[in-house]
Write a protein that binds this ligand. Structure first.
Ligand code: SF4
Ligand code: SF4
Ligand code: SF4
Ligand code: FES
Length: 949
């Protein structure tokens, strides 16, 4: 493997069909109108020397190194800021230009440390390259004058340093923070010789507004902003392109290595989801892969009170197979099941559901999407005909009105948030529907047109009141509805929403949204002309989650905002492969490609492929598995890459279910909280050790490539196959690409997908088949997948979870940028400097009523349980609402969430829990017991360690 090379074209590409021809250095070239001379030269292989420009940023024209001569024009204009013109004749190399460029470089170098040989960027520094490119051989001014060589470094950020002695004040970092990231944390402070990059008001980076995305580090042409990992390990010597293992944005990166050590993750410029950008997690938070807590050998124990015993893989498989088969023999075929992982690849997930269906002989397979986006699956399938987001991320460039509902993209989907912020700065209007004042509501150069700060649990009433406004104010797109949607369901829906009891005025008293504000937002959305919904778990994790998704779909259809760029209903998926895990048939009622298990034809296809008779009845969902376990009928489970004790609601019930099982198999990186109840632990691999594909929120299938061999000796897909084999059902593949071939053979929406195609195109969005051989960026373009769009009545039914005198506040939950879900990975990285504990956000008025000061420990109690954490007093939440994250097991926020769930899918109602908050002295009894139990159950016996095979 060698280093993957990328060309820097100097300035961004222009999107236009119109082209211009010119001559550069005697060569004819044709480029899109508006292209810079620098970029035009680069397209024909000529690199004009440059320092202040790079193709991810708009041209700035400050360094004066890129000068060129243009026939018929005086002077030597900068090629980065001068656009091409028809018939232009340009020279990039002349004696005059060479002299001028050397003069510029001399000035830079006269105030630059001469430590190239020992500099961490040696060989990877544009300043060094340019000194060579312009032929600089001497510096006439000497090095004794005023300089910055003794300026002090800022080492405060855990991942990168700022060494001002090496800064050439090119401003690329400042512009990257503005244009690419949209945080505006950096400025050039002072003037002339004293110019200096400053974070916020000259704070250390760690204390500034910087969110550590690393865009400035990537843009810096010198070693001024530099990754600490490169300083420690040296510059990389080989790399490959792979996909981030964290969130559903699906950023692709060059994983840059020295030997088998990862030294840097550089966002891949051609990545279609991220276009060369990343967040702090994908770029920097990969240290967990080498964390000492990783378990690398399989372990077993008879009882959860026993210490773990490390065993060989053979023994682990034999033991697990004998246990699971024994349970089926004793308690019946349906007494065991699986949970697939949205962190694992499509191929791994496919094999785990196959394990349930083929090897176990039942449909007891479910996935963590149960607790996040299962209502998306149900809602979009019912209305449009398929369970997936409608548009690609780039579609947002064409949106005039962006509605963000129940999502917090700057924390949850940061790279897409940066893209969204660019579009908003370019003039799109923003509507935020959220109980909390998320950052997007007001952030540098962005102000939401409307923030509908609804009471938690009232999404359906608010969206239906928007529909009421659109229908009664005659804003329906009649032509679209007539042509594309069902007449009867539309007519029924129109009459339903027009009822005055569903008006903004009638619903205001319980939604908390002022009617005039809601009406204005509805008009803005309807008039677009291109309006797009982006939503998250604040829509789905409710007792009416599926209804709310259908309410969004109704609005999109009624206004014709579906089926073209700039529109759509777009779920922001949480985990890296949650889309894929749903696509792969992880749900108990669906085979891959969302085909119901009761469908005889589909079953016949798999029966032939797998040589097995399939059960036509749907299997158990996660909550049903746990209920059945408590009842003594469900006895064994194989859980791949999922910590249900932390991530599922009502922790006490989950613990009771797991404790009642006789064989809990956990396949994971770390001894997670669920593993406290496990009898078998199978060590898993990080994304750096995997080979396969992930599917992001846009249905984009991308390659994950093995950078390091699996540290435990076996790839995750091999582990599932070996377990099946040990149970007497061989499952053999030589490579994950063969699993994808099987998926393509049996799933019409994946029929054209193969590793070869993905390697050729970089990525592909399903459906990909004969009709769409290179995939489908925009769904429902010429008709809905189900035929005509189906309107659904969205009656608002208040949740049974009500506030009252005992529990007068509403708790809602969410994520924070630096941490990821239950924190198993990010808590094992330096990201903890930004978030070492979950805090409870509480409005100043509610805090004062209870005598709570900022930072005090408080008890958070619901009818399900209580926990204790520290308070953060803020008016981001409205009075009566409190908010917390769920990243730390010590807090166990899900101890307080209830077991109410979505009526259609059982997705838990995480976003509404009636709670009380009171002063506390520290951890609750439950937390103390939990900590003691965890410690005891993680004990590993001091016996000889069986080496990984
Ligand atoms: S820190 Fe780097 S990118 Fe920023 S001004 Fe200095 S040299 Fe340029
Ligand atoms: S790391 Fe990102 S947020 Fe921080 S200063 Fe650099 S570009 Fe701005
Ligand atoms: S936005 Fe998501 S996919 Fe992209 S780098 Fe961050 S965590 Fe990874
Ligand atoms: S690269 Fe053109 S002026 Fe700096």
């Amino acid at each position: 493997m060698s280093l993957v090379q990328e060309i820097d074209f100097g300035t961004p590409a222009k999107r236009t069909e119109k082209t211009v021809s010119l001559t550069i250095d005697g060569m004819h070239v044709e480029v899109p109108e508006g292209t810079s001379i620098m970029r035009a030269a680069a397209t024909m292989g000529t690199q004009v020397p440059k320092l202040c420009s790079t193709d991810s940023l708009n041209a700035f024209g400050s360094c004066r190194l890129c000068l060129v001569e243009i026939e018929g024009r005086p002077g030597t204009p900068a090629s980065c800021t001068t656009p091409v013109a028809q018939g232009m004749v340009v020279r990039t190399q002349t004696d005059r230009l060479a002299k001028l460029r050397r003069g510029v470089m001399e000035l830079y170098i006269s105030d630059h440390p001469l430590d190239c040989l020992t500099c961490s960027a040696n060989g990877d520094c544009e300043l060094q390259d340019m000194a060579g490119a312009v032929g600089l051989r001497e510096v006439r001014y000497g090095y004794d004058g005023g300089n910055h060589l003794r300026d002090t470094r800022d080492e405060s950020n855990p991942y990168f340093t700022y060494d001002p002695s090496k800064c050439i004040v090119c401003s690329r970092c400042v512009r990257a923070c503005q244009e690419v990231q949209g945080t505006f944390a950096l400025t050039i402070a002072a003037r002339g010789f004293d110019s200096r990059v400053a974070a916020s008001a000259g704070d250390p980076f760690l204390e500034s507004e910087c969110v550590s995305c690393g865009a400035c580090v990537q843009a810096c042409p010198t070693a001024t902003l530099m990754e600490k990992s490169v300083i420690a390990a040296g510059t990389p010597e080989h790399s490959a392109v792979t996909t981030c293992g964290y969130c559903g944005v699906g950023c692709t990166f060059k994983a840059e290595m020295r030997g088998d050590e990862l030294v840097r993750m550089t966002p891949w410029k051609d990545g279609k989801a991220n276009h060369g950008h990343s967040c702090v997690k994908g770029r920097f938070a990969w240290g967990y892969a080498n964390h000492k807590d990783r378990i690398l050998n399989p372990m077993i124990r008879e009882k959860t009170a026993d210490p773990w015993r490390e065993v060989s893989w053979d023994e682990a498989f034999a033991y697990t197979a004998q246990k699971l088969k024994g349970l089926q023999a004793q308690y019946g075929k349906n007494s065991i099941g699986v949970i697939t992982s949205s962190r694992c690849t499509n191929e791994e997930t496919y094999l785990v559901q196959k394990l349930a269906r083929k090897t176990f002989g039942n449909n007891n397979t479910d996935t963590c999407a149960r607790v996040c986006h299962s209502p998306t699956g149900y809602g979009l399938k019912t209305t449009f005909g398929t369970s997936a987001g409608t548009n690609d991320f780039d579609s947002i460039d064409f949106a005039d009105v962006i509605v963000v509902i129940g999502a917090n993209p700057t924390d949850g989907h940061p790279v897409f948030a940066s893209h969204m912020k660019r579009r908003l700065r370019d003039g799109a209007k923003l509507i935020v529907i959220d109980p909390r004042r998320i950052d997007l509501v007001k952030t540098p150069h962005i102000q939401a047109a409307h923030h509908l700060q609804l009471k938690p649990g009232t999404n359906v009433a608010v969206l239906t009141a928007m529909a009421h406004t659109i229908v009664t104010e005659r804003l329906v797109n009649e032509a679209f509805v007539r042509e594309r949607c069902e007449d009867d369901t539309f007519a029924e829906w129109r009459d339903f929403v027009a009822d005055p009891q569903r008006s903004p005025e009638a619903t205001e008293p319980f939604t908390g949204v002022p009617a005039h504000e809601l009406r204005a937002a509805a008009r803005l959305y309807a008039k677009g002309p291109n309006s797009a919904f982006y939503y998250g778990l604040g829509v789905t994790e409710h007792s009416q989650g599926s209804t709310a998704v259908m309410a969004l779909a109704n609005l999109a259809m009624a206004t014709g905002n579906i089926g073209r760029e700039g529109t759509g209903v777009n779920p922001l998926r949480g985990q890296n492969n949650v889309q894929g895990s749903c696509d792969m048939g992880s749900f108990p009622h669906e085979l891959p490609g969302y085909r119901h298990i009761s469908d005889e034809k589909t079953r016949a296809l798999y029966e032939a492929e797998w040589d097995v008779k399939l059960d036509p009845e749907p299997g158990l969902r996660i909550p049903n598995m746990l209920d059945e376990a408590v009842e003594g009928r469900f006895k064994g489970i194989y859980i791949q890459g999922e910590d249900i004790l932390q991530s599922d609601p009502n922790t006490h019930h989950v613990a009771a279910g797991l404790a009642a099982m006789e064989c809990v198999v956990v396949h994971d990186l770390f001894l997670n909280e669920t593993a406290d109840y496990a009898h078998v632990f199978l060590p898993g691999s990080t994304f750096l050790e995997k080979d396969g594909t992930f599917t992001n929120a846009e249905r984009r299938i991308q390659r994950v490539r093995t950078m390091i061999k699996p540290k435990n000796g076996l790839a995750d897909w091999e582990i599932t196959c070996r377990l099946s084999e040990a149970m007497g059902v061989p499952m053999h593949y030589d490579h994950p690409s063969q699993v994808m071939d099987e998926i393509a053979r049996t799933t019409p929406t994946f029929a054209g997908v193969s590793f070869d195609l993905i390697d050729k195109l970089g990525s592909v969005q399903w459906p990909c088949n004969e009709k769409a051989p290179e995939g489908t960026p925009t769904m429902h373009a010429n008709g809905f997948v189900r035929g005509k769009g189906h309107f659904v009545l969205t009656e608002y039914v208040a949740t049974d979870e009500k506030v009252g005198p005992r529990f007068p506040l509403l708790l809602t939950t969410g994520r924070i940028l630096s941490q990821y879900n239950v924190g198993a990975q990010t808590r094992r990285t330096a990201n903890v400097v930004w978030h070492e504990e979950d805090r409870l956000e509480i409005h100043p008025q509610d805090a004062e009523d209870r005598g709570i000061r900022d930072g005090d420990y408080v008890k958070l109690a619901s009818r399900a349980g209580s926990t204790s954490l520290r308070a953060l007093i803020t008016d981001r939440v409205a009075p009566g609402v409190v908010y917390t994250t769920f990243h730390h097991p010590d807090t166990q926020a899900n101890v307080v969430t209830t077991d109410y769930s979505d009526w259609a899918t059982n997705c838990p109602e995480y976003k509404v829990t009636a709670v009380q908050v009171s002063p506390s002295n520290g951890p609750t009894d439950w937390q103390e017991i939990y900590r003691a139990h965890s410690k005891a159950s993680r004990h590993i016996a001091d016996e000889p360690v069986a080496a990984a095979e």
